[in-house]
Design a protein around this ligand. Sequence first.
Ligand code: UD1
Ligand code: CA
Length: 464
Amino acid sequence: MNVVILAAGMGKRMQSELPKVLHPIAGASMLSHVIVTARQLQASLNLECESPANLCVIYGHGGSQVPDAVSADSAGGIIFAKQEPQLGTGHAVAQAIPHLNDAMPTLILYGDVPLTRNATLQRLVVAAGSNKLAILTAQVDDPTGFGRIIREKGKICRIVEQKDANEDELAIAEINTGIMVAPTVALKKWLGALSNRNAQGEYYLTDIVASAVADGVEVSSAHPDAVWETQGVNDKKQLADLERQHQKNLAEQLLLQGVTLLDPNRIDIRGKLVCGRDVTIDVGCVFEGEVVLGDGVRIGPHCVIKNTRIAAQSDIKAFCHIEGADVGVQAQIGPYARLRPGAQLAEQVHIGNFVEVKKSTIGAYSKANHLAYIGDAKVGRRVNIGAGTITCNYDGVNKFETVIEDDAFIGSDSQLIAPVRVGRGATLGAGTTLSKDAPEGKLTVSRAKQLTLENWQRPVKQKT
Ligand code: UD1
Ligand code: CA
C-alpha cells in the first residue's frame, strides 16, 4: 500500500506561526499520529505483499519545518514532496505521482485528521480490493462545508463540493471524509486529467470519482466506527476537542485493563503509560514519554511524571514532579517532591515535601523527608538526611560528587561541599558545613560553640 499524507495547507484559523499539522495531540504532532497509523497499516498489509510500501508526505506551508520536524522524530524512510503553490487536494496528491509504486493501491490521508483507527482503514482497504476506488464516507447531522456523496441506484457516481452544489445536493447527509484508496495506475491518469473549472478554481481530488465511473471502475465505500475518526482540525477549538477525545480513548483503555482512575476525564497521557495490576491514579495527573507503574502503585492528585519507572507498591503523594527517575518498590514520595533525571531510588526510600533529587542513587530504607537538595550524590542504605540539607555540588563551572555511606545521619541544615564523603555510620551535627570528609562512626560538627553574654543589654530607643 502506498500512502500519501496531505500536509501542505496553511491552517490560517490556527492563528499560529507553526504549520497546522505540527500542532500536538497528546504531545505529538498531528502529522506524527497520521504517520504512525499509516506505518501500522502498511506493516499489517505488507505481510502479504513483497514490494516496498512508500509513504509520501506532501508539504508546502511553513517551508522545511514539516520535513524537519518529521525526520527529527520518526524512523525515516519517508518521502517528502513539496507542493507550491497549493492549488487544491488533487494537485497536492499529484505531487506524489513519481513516488507511487504502481504494483499496489494508494491510500490518501490528511495530516490534520489525526485519530483515524486502523480497523476503519482496514475496512476501506478491503472495500478497494486491487482495482476499485474506495471512499471513506460518513452520515452526519450537519454536512455543511463537506463534499457530498452523489449516488445513483445506490452506487457512488461523483462527489460535489459544498460551493458547487445545488439545493438537492446540499440536502445530502452522506459526506466525503476525504480519505480514499485508489488503484495507482488509474489514479495517476485521473490526476493528470483534472481541471480547475469549479467554484473555487482548485484541482479537486474528488473529481477522480467521476473519472473512475467514466472508466468503468467500480466506486465502493466504507464508513468509520466513530465520527471523531475522520474529523479534521482547522482551529484551536477543534484541536482541543480531538485532544479530549483522544485522552478519553486512552483512559478507557486503562480502565479496561483494570487501572483505577478516580476521574477518567481528568488524566492526560502524552506518550506511553504501562500499568501493572491494581494501580490507582488520582485526578489531574500528566504522564509524558514512557512511564511504567508497577503493581499496586498509587499516584496522588496533580502529579507530572515523565520517562520514569515506579516499582510495585510505591506511593506517590500529591503534587510531585518526576522526570527520568527510577523508583524502587514500596517507596514513599511527596507530597511536593521533585525527582529529576538520574534519580535512582532503591526499595522503601522516603522522599518528602520540598525535596529535590538529581542524578543521585539512594540506597534502600534511606529517608530525606523535608526540604533538601540531593544532587550528584551516592547515598547508602538506611541514611537519614535531615531537613534543610544541601549537597553543594556546583562551583559555578564544575559538578562534584557527594558520597554518604550506609547508616549515616545528616543533621538538619547541613551543607555538604562536594567532593566530600560521609563515612559509614557517621553523624553530622545540625548546621554543619562539611568541607572535609567525615570519618565513619563519629560525630562531626562544624558550627561555632554556643555562648551567652551575661551582661549584654538590648539597645533601647531614646524618647525625644
Ligand atoms: C476536502 C474535500 C471534501 C471533504 C473535506 C473533508 C476536496 C476537493 N474536497 O474539502 O470533499 O468533504 O475535504 O474535510 O478534496 N491540502 C493540501 N494542498 C492543497 C489543498 C489542500 O495539502 O492544495 C490539504 C489541506 O492542508 C487539508 C486537506 O488537504 O489538510 C483538505 O484540504 P481543504 O482545502 O481543507 O479541503 P476541503 O475544502 O475541506
Ligand atoms: Ca477541510
